[in-house]
Ligand binder design. Structure first.
Ligand code: ADP
Ligand code: ADP
Length: 223
């Protein structure tokens, strides 16, 4: 699904965010990405969806090298990737429905298709009855679930989450994890950057740890 080969990223001004990172994830994987603030987690996620480009090395997505795809191809790459942010980045002046519909509208899906898909996605996160609400009328946990519905509405093969539980209490964090597990069970690859030690101790998934741009896989408990 994803393969990094000796990937380095230096930002303008010389900040070395990633150094010779090697790893791969399979379609069936669910994995954590850990590391202190500034270790390079967001950078790694941004490279996968070509928000940033690596300075060196190669990145493959489903066997295709995406490192040097041209800008016109980026929307096609992103169709396969759902992204979830800590601050969910919802449009506050649009309804829950319109927020979730956004990726489908960008793809120019028909209104019928949009209606069917948005309903399915909202149903999955338990928010079908909130479709007409504005995000402001929802709790923090519900807003995050809207962000998740938006990320999965076009059935991506890969879900990237950047500190998705950063603003949630323990119970809501576990709810979000359960949703990710359900997507993973139906074949979605999930990569989740997190600081949340309670999730790490209760969920024994693959874990990649970044330290100042260097990545290593942490052995799973019991492995
Ligand atoms: P994390 O997500 O683990 O907190 P980041 O990937 O955001 O780490 O950052 C890794 C390093 O790259 C940090 O030193 C950060 O300051 C630097 N960095 C991140 N984004 C930029 C940018 N757009 N320009 C310059 N430096 C950046
Ligand atoms: P179908 O096209 O099979 O009728 P729907 O369009 O009704 O399915 O979508 C079912 C829901 O499954 C989606 O809205 C989404 O929440 C979730 N989903 C996301 N990604 C996938 C995936 N890769 N495979 C299966 N279900 C997914």
């Amino acid at each position: 699904m994803i393969r990094f080969q000796q990937v380095s990223k230096a930002y303008r001004g010389g900040r070395q965010a990633l150094q010779k990172v090697d790893f791969h994830l399979q379609q069936a994987d669910m994995a954590f990405l850990t590391g202190h603030s500034g270790a390079g987690k967001s950078t790694l996620l941004k490279l996968i969806c070509a928000i940033e480009r690596p300075s060196d090395g190669k990145i493959f997505f489903n066997g295709h090298e995406i490192t040097r795809i041209d800008n016109k191809q980026i929307p096609f790459l992103r169709r396969n990737i759902g992204i979830i942010f800590q601050d969910h980045k919802l449009l506050m002046d649009r309804s829950v429905y319109d927020n979730v519909a956004m990726p489908l509208r960008i793809e120019l899906a028909s209104e019928n298709e949009i209606k069917r898909r948005v309903s399915a996605a909202l149903d999955k996160v338990g928010l079908l009855d909130k479709a007409r609400c504005l995000p402001m009328q929802l709790s923090g946990g519900e807003q995050q679930r809207v962000g998740i519905a938006r990320a999965v509405v076009n059935k991506p093969r890969l879900l990237l989450a950047d500190e998705p539980t950063g603003n949630l209490d323990a119970a809501l964090s576990h709810q979000v994890m359960q949703l990710f597990e359900e997507f993973n069970r139906v074949g979605v690859c999930v990569l989740m950057a997190t600081h949340d030690t309670s999730l790490l101790t209760t969920h024994n998934y693959r874990r990649f740890d970044l330290q100042q741009g260097h990545l290593r896989e942490v052995a799973r408990r019991g492995a």
